[in-house]
Design a protein around this ligand. Structure first.
Ligand SMILES: [Zn+2]
Length: 159
């Protein structure tokens, strides 16, 4: 059986995760979300991928200039509580269109762990640890962390 690989990375359209890694496209599975973060749904996909598809080697790839790294929970909460229209960044703050209002959405907002980060390298380390500590992912599954630099088109390992 051909060896299969998995990538967990950001949904950002500015890069193609398979081509930046040189992994074989026909044998590489990709999980994408905002920030490329590890959470319950990532673990769900990884568990199925390992148990039933034999994927034993994973690459976590976070990237420079990531929107999730520019936000924090406070910004997200404030913006979403204001209204649900797309906010505009004025160079300093996120500005909401006050012509719109929204019903109280605190319960829905609080149900989500937004997984923002302020330290790119640490976000990779945290996600590596989240996988290594999860009891559904055995030690035989290898996980490596990387940072992809959008400007330089380089990919560097994170230990
Ligand atoms: Zn991103």
């Amino acid at each position: 059986m051909e060896k299969k690989y998995g990538i967990i990375t950001c949904m950002d359209s500015r890069f193609d995760p398979i081509s930046i890694t040189d992994l074989p496209p026909e044998h590489t599975y990709v999980i994408r979300n905002a920030g490329g973060r590890v959470n319950a749904d990532t673990i769900r996909s990884m568990t199925i991928a390992h148990k039933f598809m034999g994927i034993k080697e994973w690459f976590i790839i976070h990237h420079t200039d990531c929107m999730v790294g520019k936000l924090n929970d406070e910004i997200i909460l404030k913006a979403l509580k204001s209204n649900l229209q797309t906010a505009e960044f004025n160079g300093h703050d996120w500005v909401n269109d006050d012509r719109f209002e929204t019903e109280d959405n605190s319960e829905s907002i609080n149900k989500i762990e937004w997984q923002t980060f302020s330290d790119l390298k640490q976000s990779v380390i945290d996600d590596l640890n989240a996988i290594r500590e999860n009891s559904l992912i055995p030690d035989t599954v290898e996980v490596k962390g990387f940072i992809y630099d959008l400007t330089g088109n380089t990919i560097d390992p994170v230990d």
